[in-house]
Design a protein around this ligand. Structure first.
Ligand SMILES: [Zn+2]
Length: 108
């Protein structure tokens, strides 16, 4: 049987919690999900060579605003698309990749 999310909840201002059909519960920081965005543009950005050392990164206006998940929609039965508050919404997160991310929550 395929393992599926049974419940998605936002536990605080920067964390998503997914309950899985096998009983596992995992917490995901919004930033972790955003940084792992599997869309072609983000993959390209991550694989790009680092900028020359003389180019110091600046904090963009978007970086200063707290990152949030504004929507999450199932894509077929195998993935979720996630809309982020920075306007990015092209990432399709497969269930397999979501199982590999995040931190398991231990039940009390
Ligand atoms: Zn992306």
């Amino acid at each position: 049987m395929k393992i599926q999310p049974t419940k998605l909840e936002l536990v605080d201002a920067n964390r998503l919690r997914i309950h899985w059909s096998d009983g596992q519960v995992r917490d995901y920081a919004f930033r972790e999900l955003r940084d792992a965005c599997p869309c072609a543009t983000c993959r390209e950005k991550r694989n790009a060579p680092p900028p020359p050392a003389t180019m110091l990164p600046v904090i963009s206006e978007a970086d200063m605003r707290p990152l949030r998940i504004t929507a999450m929609k199932p894509v077929g039965s195998y993935a979720y698309s996630i809309d982020f508050s920075d306007g990015h919404s092209t990432g399709i997160y497969t269930l397999e990749s979501l199982r590999e991310m995040g931190q398991p929550v231990t039940k009390e």
